[in-house]
Design a protein around this ligand. Structure first.
Ligand SMILES: NC(=O)c1ccc[n+]([C@@H]2O[C@H](COP(=O)([O-])OP(=O)(O)OC[C@H]3O[C@@H](n4cnc5c(N)ncnc54)[C@H](OP(=O)(O)O)[C@@H]3O)[C@@H](O)[C@H]2O)c1
Length: 230
């Protein structure tokens, strides 16, 4: 199936969960399931079709969430440039507060910028207006509970959430059942051993793995698989 109206497609299609939030995870991957090369290079795996789709997701979202690994590897702007629309607020999950002060998505003052850190990691050199949020809801010792992150996002008044990556951040949301949709955009290239995208605990028998409801869409030469978890 083709998406004829990328800009309005998301708002008519994506439905909120019981808490009123709609949380979409996205990854752009190669045919062999890599989201970056072994050196962390990922700009850009997807072709124009996949990139326009990503920008339309950003335009749909109130807030975009990334992990500090992506901020350091890619220094993304997280703005909407390839479709009409305004850029979403930004949340960086950064427990140890190691985001560089010059990071593009923190420097740009046009939207709200928040960094989630552990309570004892105060930073004073981030650009003016960046909100450091002390987050203490930990699972397995050191990790933030993605479900608690989802609840905190709701408490900020945001309803449409894009979890843009990378792999570790998406894995935390997936494994805790905090995503409503996954948009996996596959492009026709093979990267060899690099940075695997979807990560999970693994199962021993096929019957242990649920089969998700999924639909596929052509994005030019890229293929979008949309999994719905609701
Ligand atoms: N192709 C794509 O669509 C795409 C999209 C985004 C990124 N990427 C690529 O993906 C790579 C980065 O992925 P990544 O998996 O290494 O990094 P990431 O998910 O961006 O960031 C991981 C880091 O964020 C923090 N974090 C995330 N979730 C957390 C949680 N629930 N609790 C506590 N801390 C959490 C941790 O920081 P600490 O280590 O400080 O604890 C963790 O190590 C880069 O190469 C980038 O280019 C590709």
């Amino acid at each position: 199936m083709k998406i004829s109206e990328p800009k309005t497609w998301h708002s008519t299609r994506l439905k909120p969960g019981a808490d009123g939030l709609t949380v979409v995870g996205q990854l752009g991957q190669s045919l062999d399931g890599q989201i970056a090369t072994a050196t962390g290079h990922s700009k850009y795996i997807n072709g124009d079709g996949g990139l326009v789709h990503l920008h339309a997701l950003r335009a749909w979202a109130d807030v975009v969430v990334i992990g500090v690994g992506t901020l350091i590897a890619d220094d993304p702007k997280l703005t909407v440039r390839m479709v009409p629309g305004s850029s979403p607020a930004r949340v960086v999950i950064d427990p140890s507060a190691r985001s560089p002060a010059a990071a593009a998505c923190l420097v740009d003052e046009s939207v709200r910028r928040l960094v989630l850190t552990k309570p004892d990691r105060a930073r004073s050199d981030w650009p003016a207006g960046v909100e450091q949020v002390a987050f203490s809801s930990l699972v397995a010792g050191q990790k933030f509970d993605a479900n608690q992150v989802r609840q905190w996002i709701a408490s900020q008044g945001w309803q449409r959430v894009l979890v843009e990556g990378g792999a570790a951040t998406l894995a935390a949301f997936l494994s805790s059942g905090s995503l409503d949709y996954l948009h996996l955009i596959t492009s026709p290239l093979i990267l060899g051993p690099g940075t695997p995208g979807i990560r999970s605990q693994g199962v021993s028998r096929l019957s242990d793995s649920p089969r998700f409801t999924a639909e596929t869409f052509e994005l030019g030469k890229d293929l979008l698989v949309e999994c719905a978890f609701q």
